[in-house]
Design a protein around this ligand. Sequence first.
Ligand SMILES: Nc1nc2c(c(=O)[nH]1)N[C@H]1C(S)=C(S)[C@@H](COP(=O)(O)OP(=O)(O)OC[C@H]3O[C@@H](n4cnc5c(=O)[nH]c(N)nc54)[C@H](O)[C@@H]3O)O[C@H]1N2
Ligand SMILES: Nc1nc2c(c(=O)[nH]1)N[C@H]1C(S)=C(S)[C@@H](COP(=O)(O)OP(=O)(O)OC[C@H]3O[C@@H](n4cnc5c(=O)[nH]c(N)nc54)[C@H](O)[C@@H]3O)O[C@H]1N2
Ligand SMILES: [Mo]
Length: 767
Amino acid sequence: MRRQHLSHWGTFQVETANGDVARVHPYPLDPDPSPLLGNIPGSITHRSRVRGPAVRRGWLEHGPGPSDQRGADEFVRVTWAEATELLAAELRRVIDEHGNEAIYGGSYGWASAGRFHHAQSQVHRFLNCAGGYTASRNTYSTGAAEVVMPHVLGLDDEVYREATSWNVIAERTELLVAFGGVALKNSSVNPGGSSVHPARQSAQRLVDRGGRIVSVSPLRADLPDPRARWLSLVPGSDVAVMLALAHTLVEHELHDTAFLERYCVGWPQFERYLLGASDGLPKTARWAEPISGIPADEIVGLAKDMAAKRTLIAVSWSLQRTKHGEQAPWAGMVLAAMLGQVGLPGGGFVHGLGATNGVGIPKAPFAMPRFPQGRNPTRSFIPVAAVSELLLRPGETLDYNGERLLLPDIRLVWWAGGNPFHHQQNLPRLRRAFRRPDTVVVNDPYWTATAKHADIVLASTTSYERDDISGANNEPLLVAMQQAAEPFADARDDYQTFAELAGALGFREAFTEGRDARQWLVHMYETWRAERVRDTAGLRGLPDFEEFWARGHIELPLPEEQNFLSGFREDPESRPLSTPSGRIEIFSTTIDSFGYSDCAGHPAWYEPEEWLHGCRAEQFPLHLIANQPRTRLHSQLDHGATSQGSKVNGREPIRIHPADAAARGVATGDVVRVFNDRGSLLAGVVVDEGVRERVAQLSTGAWFDPADPADPDSMCGHGNPNVLTSDALSSSLAQGCTGQHVLVQIERFCGELPPIRAYDPPAFHTR
Ligand SMILES: Nc1nc2c(c(=O)[nH]1)N[C@H]1C(S)=C(S)[C@@H](COP(=O)(O)OP(=O)(O)OC[C@H]3O[C@@H](n4cnc5c(=O)[nH]c(N)nc54)[C@H](O)[C@@H]3O)O[C@H]1N2
Ligand SMILES: Nc1nc2c(c(=O)[nH]1)N[C@H]1C(S)=C(S)[C@@H](COP(=O)(O)OP(=O)(O)OC[C@H]3O[C@@H](n4cnc5c(=O)[nH]c(N)nc54)[C@H](O)[C@@H]3O)O[C@H]1N2
Ligand SMILES: [Mo]
C-alpha cells in the first residue's frame, strides 16, 4: 500500500517492505523531482540508527561534569524509564544550581519536515515549560543578511518570502545577473517541504525568450541553464565587482538619480566612497580587475547592458556566508537601486534566487498550521554560529547588532533535530568546546558525530515512522504525512520523549495540554482551518481533518505572481519600508552609530582573510568552496544511494581544476589529503574544467569520521570540510557563519586508506 509523505526535498508516495521504505514515487505534477529522493529507501533500518536510549559510560559511572571522553567513550544501553529519570534529575540539578540560562537549547538544525513533530519546536516548547534556556538567533543560512537587511530594507525573511517569482522572471527579465549563480541543486529543497520545482523550466523559458543569464561564480555548475554565460571570478571578490559596476554606472551617468532621490537615503555618502572622495580610492573597473580576475572592459560592458535592459540582480546566500558577508546583499541591493528598476516586474533585486525552492514561489497570504513553542522567560541568546565562543568563553562578551552580549556559563547542551558536527566551523575547536559542559543531550534517529559526542542519546523516530502535517512558506501544497512504517527498534517520537520527561518534572499537562500526537494534529489543523475560513474567502472550501487526511493533500491558493518591493515602488509615502527613514538605506545611520571598524554605515569593500590574495594563501594556495551538497540535504541520509553514488573511493568528492591536479600529480579517482593549520581530511579527486583555477570545491555533509576519536585534532578520513573552516564570524554587526570559504593545500595521500567508520554505531558496554 502507498502512503502519502513529504520531505524538505519533495512530495511523494512511499512503498514499504520489511519495515523500511522500498520505493518512493514523486508527486506526479512536479516537473523536476529531486534526485535526493533516492536517499530515502533503506533509511529506516540502516545500521546507523539509534536503536534505543543510550548513556555515555563515563557519564553514567562518574556523573555529570566536563569530559575529554566525549566522542571516544563507549555507550551503555538504558531503558526509557532510566533515561527519563537520569535526565530529569540532571535538568533539575542544573536549573537549581545554575539557573535556566545555563542550558543551551539553541538546537539549530533542519530536522525533518512536519509541523508537529518538528524537533526544534518540540525541544523549545519543552525547555520553555521548564523555565527557559539560552537561545540562538538567526541561521547558518543567512546569518549576515538577516541582521543587515532589516537595517537596509526593514524586512527580515520577507526578503526571500516576497522575492520576485519565477514566472515573472521567466517572462519579463531581460538580463539576470546572478552573483553566486543560481545553483539548481539547491532548489531541490525548501524548509518544511516542497512539491513542484519550477526553477529549471523557468530559467529555460527566460533564455528561450531571448533573455540572458550571466552567472558570476567560480564554478560553472552554478549555471541554471547550459546557455547561460559563465563569468568566473576570484572567490570572495564579488563586492569589488559590484562596486566597479556601480562606479561605471556613475561614470557614464547611467544611474537613476530620480529613483535614488525618491526611494533611498544615503546616496551622497555612498557616492563619495564609490568615487574615492572619502578614501582616495575610486572603485573603478580597473581597480576591480586584479582583485576579481574579471577584465575591466567586461565589467564596463556588463554595467552598460544592465542599464539598458530589464535587469534582475541576484545575490546568492553563499556570498554572505563569509567574512564581511553583510556587504554582498547590501551592495547588490544598492546596485539594483542605482538601476532604478526595483519593484518593476522582472527587474530589481533578489537575494537567494534558487537557494531554496521557495525563493521564487509567491508566498501564501496566511500562516501555516503551527505547534506553539510557548515563551522563553530566559533572555540570554547568541548569534547561532557563536556556539564555540559560548562554550569556551563563559563570562566574556560578544558584540552583536549594537548590543554587547554576555556569554553565560553553559552546563547543559541540548540538541534535537540539528547536527553541529555537520554545521559548525572549525570542528577541532568545537570538539574542545563540547568537552566543557557537564552534560550533552542529543535526540536524533541516527548515530551522527553529534550523537557520538553526547552523554545522553535519545533515540528518535524518522518522519516515516509517524503521522504529521506539512506546512511551508512559499509552497502550494499542504500534505498529510502518513506513517509508512512502525517505529524502528526502541525509537520514540520526540513528542513522547518530552512528554515523559515533562511528567517526571511535574509539568506534563502544561507540555501536552492533555493531547496525544493524533489529537494535536487534528487540533492544529482545525485551528488553522477556522482561522483561514475567517480571514480568507478563497479557503472557505477547506475540508475537515478527516477528509484532508483521506485526500492526502490540499492545494493552497497562492498569489499568481510576486514582484519584490512593488508596493513600495507604487506608493512609497503610504507604503513606506520599516526602516528608520521609511526608504532603502544605502547609508544606515543606525549601523554607522555602532562604530564598528568591520561594518561601516554603507556597503564597502573589505579584504577577507580566507582568500587568494591574502598572506595565508602563500601557505595554503587553494581556495576551497564548502558549499551545499548536490546529493543530499546537509548531512541527512549521507548513507543513501544518491549520496553514496557520488563518493570517490568512499570519500566525499573534491573538484579541482586540471592544472591544479596536474601540479600535484593527481587524477580523478585518487584520494588526497586536504589540510591547513586547523585540520586535515581525506577526499576523492574529481578533475573538473568547470572549476576556476586555484579553486577547489568540497560540499558539506560527509559524516565526520575522525581517525582517532580521542584526539580533537585527528584527521577526518571521510571529507567533512568543517574540519578546515574558520569559525571567525562575519563582523561585529551580525556575527554570521563564514563557513563557505577556506584556504587549503592539497597533496596526494600515500598512506593506507582508513576504513569509513562514520556510519557505525559507537562501541557499547554491557552492564
Ligand atoms: N562549511 C560550511 N558549513 C555549513 C554551511 C556551508 O555553506 N559551509 N552551510 C550551513 C547551513 S546554511 C546550514 S542550514 C547548516 C545545516 O546544518 P543542520 O541543519 O544541523 O544539518 P542537518 O544535517 O540537516 O541536521 C539535521 C539533523 O536532524 C536529524 N533529524 C531528522 N529528523 C529528526 C527528528 O524527527 N527528530 C530528531 N530529534 N532529529 C531529527 C538528522 O538526523 C540530522 O542529524 O549547515 C551549515 N554549515
Ligand atoms: N541539494 C541541496 N540543496 C540545498 C541544501 C543542501 O544541503 N542540499 N541546503 C539548503 C540550505 S540550508 C541553504 S541555506 C541553501 C544555501 O544556498 P546557497 O548559499 O546559495 O548555496 P551554496 O551551494 O552554499 O552556494 C551557492 C554557490 O555559490 C558559489 N559561490 C561560493 N563562493 C562564492 C563567491 O565568493 N563568489 C561567487 N560569485 N560565488 C560563490 C558556489 O559556487 C556555490 O555553488 O541551499 C539549500 N539547498
Ligand atoms: Mo541553510
